[in-house]
Write a protein that binds this ligand. Structure first.
Ligand code: NAD
Ligand code: IPM
Ligand code: MN
Length: 350
């Protein structure tokens, strides 16, 4: 059956890496029964500067008819920080109620971690980040702005329903893995005594339904230390929006860098959106040297969540091979261009 994919290349290196992902998906069509229909949406800085539009209601209505959204990145030095990030990326995550943010941290080859003596078996975990609430809710404001008495607030909104659904998803995820898994709740319950007290209670309450899942707790500051020192201690981690954002950049580095980190914004009953964790990287945009592997792995996660695990595994295997053979961009020590890495992956899929 044809799967309809909305493609939003976005800004900076977004179009460069997304085109490699689409190239790989087209190759996958040739070698399997998969069939995609792509439609590109020119959302991003260019469109915004020309029209003043971010994502209109009409565009959202159209996107609702797709099986998935595949996004590069947004953000541009010509536009005030936050405008495109809120107006496009967060608006899509919130509008489509993509309440789960799945961020795997997986080392493919020992040579690429900066951690001494750690192997792929040590660095293999899934961060389940809450994706629609917390400090990202946009609640808050300024009092006496631009005076010496100014007060700026940004509320951390945690609803029982929001915390319950992401925690349940994480428990289910841990339970359904082939090997026994531990679920770690990462919070700051020693300071955020309201917000993260709720997380604690929900974690314990749901834990009674998931006795087969080992349960652990870690404060976020200790978590950053542990991720570096003992990444092998983690299987599945559930955490709030802000902490999930921060620890996954750290996670990206221990698995080989931002060029490899993947993000799936999931609505289990609706339209999900897949993207690299990295941003639009204006410092290297237009140079054909951005690492496309994160975008390609995001495409592979999309294929898997659409129900085609066998095909997704083929893409992941090709990525692993390209890393092992040093067929990579300069950030990973290779000398290929962005396009060449995409072509190489396609040749491995033949
Ligand atoms: P960034 O991820 O764009 O870049 C951080 C550093 O990593 C840069 O030095 C960049 O060159 C490097 N890098 C990132 N991706 C790379 C890749 N694929 N290959 C090789 N090197 C790569 O983060 P930033 O510089 O903080 O943000 C730039 C812009 O992107 C900002 O406007 C920010 O808001 C936006 N942003 C967007 C998203 C998104 O759309 N999902 C995510 C993060 C940041
Ligand atoms: C990410 C990004 C976004 C986030 C920004 C650009 C809104 O950093 O996807 O990790 O904070 O979620
Ligand atoms: Mn981030």
């Amino acid at each position: 059956m044809t799967k309809r994919i909305a493609v939003i290349p976005g800004d900076g290196i977004g179009p460069e890496v997304v085109s490699q992902g689409v190239k790989v998906l087209k190759k996958l069509e040739e070698i399997s029964d998969l069939d995609f229909e792509f439609k590109e949406f020119p959302l991003g800085a260019e469109h915004y500067l020309k029209t003043g539009e971010l994502v209109t209601d009409e565009v959202k209505e159209e996107l609702a008819n797709f099986d998935a959204i595949y996004l590069g990145a947004v953000g541009d030095p010509r536009v005030e920080p936050g405008v495109l990030e809120h107006g496009i990326l967060l608006d899509l995550r919130f509008s489509f109620d993509q309440y789960i943010n799945l961020r795997p941290i997986r080392l493919y080859d020992s040579r690429f971690t900066p951690l001494k003596d750690k192997s792929p078996a040590d660095i293999d975990m899934m961060i389940v980040r809450e994706n629609t609430e917390g400090l990202y809710s946009g609640v808050g404001g300024f009092l006496k702005k631009d005076t010496e008495d100014e007060v700026a607030t940004q509320e951390m909104v945690n609803t029982y329903k929001g915390v319950e659904r992401v925690t349940r998803y994480a428990y289910e995820y841990a339970k359904n893995q082939s090997q026994e898994q531990k679920l770690t709740l990462c919070d700051k319950s020693n300071v955020l005594t309201y917000a993260h007290d709720l997380w604690q209670r929900v974690f314990v309450e749901l834990g009674k339904e998931y006795k087969s899942v080992d349960q652990d707790h870690m404060l976020v500051d200790a978590m950053t230390m542990k991720l570096v020192r003992n990444p092998e201690d983690f299987d599945v981690v559930v955490t709030c929006n802000m902490f999930g954002d921060i620890i996954t950049d750290l996670g990206a580095e221990i698995q080989g860098g931002m060029g490899l980190a993947v993000s799936g914004n999931i609505n289990p009953e609706g339209v999900s959106m897949f993207e690299p964790v990295h941003g639009s990287a204006p410092d290297i945009a237009g140079e054909n040297k951005a690492n496309p592997l994160a975008a390609v792995l995001a495409a592979s996660m999309m294929v898997e969540i659409l129900g085609y695990s066998k095909e997704a595994a083929k893409v992941e295997k090709a990525v692993k091979l390209s890393l092992q053979n040093d067929q990579t961009t300069p950030d990973m020590g290779g000398s290929l261009t962005t396009d060449q890495v995409g072509d190489h992956l396609c040749s491995l899929l033949e």
